[in-house]
Design a protein around this ligand. Structure first.
Ligand SMILES: [Zn+2]
Length: 257
């Protein structure tokens, strides 16, 4: 496995999710007690809680986090979420065909949530941009201009943007077949390539993540590396937490021991 270090992160979607943080903490401490072979970083993946880009409260976890990942897992003020992409898809397609007002409100929320949220919180990493909407098979071109604005802010805040192994599986390797013919909704694969090509243009770091949810997937970032090669993104632009000087959780725990 070529990765230089391990990272563990759980989600914080709502205020109450912070209550589960001790479980992550115990897991991390358990791994360190077993003498894992690489440094271990601890993070939380925090969801934008409203259209102003505010985050759920996370007082328990905050002091332990090596770094923060921020992303969207639902679109505040709408019914679009990652839990029910089937319903989300039919809602979005209906708005596209019958209620453009609703759709433009959605894009306004998305733009505001991402741009304000990143500017306010300066996260280390923005995870899987637009995944909530893309998982509903809704790769609307309007999101590409929103993404340009997101990249501008990430450039200012030095926020890396993630290329996530699961996203490549979902949108490049095994995308759902196109189920709508509409000039504003290109195939997922084309859209995802466009996102990466936009990232390539800006002076932003790229975070490569295996997004492993089981042991076999840990460190599987090969397809992410292929993607940055395809777009001639310099390896210097790959986020390296050690080089960045991020405090490593395993070192802190060692010192406490
Ligand atoms: Zn996520």
């Amino acid at each position: 496995m070529g990765a230089p270090y391990y990272c563990i992160s759980d989600h914080i979607h709502y205020n109450e999710d912070d209550e589960y943080f001790p479980e992550t903490l115990n897991l991390a401490k358990g791994l360190i007690a077993k003498s894992i072979d690489k440094p271990l970083f601890l993070a939380s993946e925090i969801t934008f809680a409203d259209s102003e880009g505010n985050l759920p409260l996370h007082p328990r976890s905050k002091k332990y986090l090596s770094y923060t990942l921020i992303g969207a897992h639902y679109i505040p003020g709408t019914s679009i979420n990652m839990e029910d992409t089937h319903q989300g898809k039919s809602t979005l397609y209906q708005w596209l065909e019958e209620d453009y007002e609703k759709l433009s409100q959605l894009f306004e929320i998305v733009e505001s949530m991402y741009t304000k949220g990143i500017a306010k919180n300066s996260p280390d990493i923005l995870v899987h941009p637009f995944s909530t909407i893309l998982r509903c098979d809704f790769a609307h071109v309007e999101l590409l201009s929103v993404f340009e604005k997101i990249c501008e802010i990430c450039q200012e805040t030095r926020t890396a943007i993630e290329i996530n192994r699961s996203e490549i599986r979902r949108f490049i390797e095994f995308p759902n077949p196109v189920s709508i013919e509409h000039p504003d909704v290109p195939p997922l694969r084309d859209f995802y390539h466009k996102l990466i090509s936009i990232m390539a243009k800006y002076d932003i770091l790229i975070s490569l993540g295996s997004d492993a949810h089981n042991l076999n997937d840990v460190g599987d970032i090969g397809p992410c590396v292929d993607m940055i090669n395809t777009y001639h993104i310099s390896p210097d632009r790959i986020l390296n937490l050690k080089k960045k000087g991020t405090i490593c959780f395993s070192e802190v725990v060692d010192q406490q021991a």
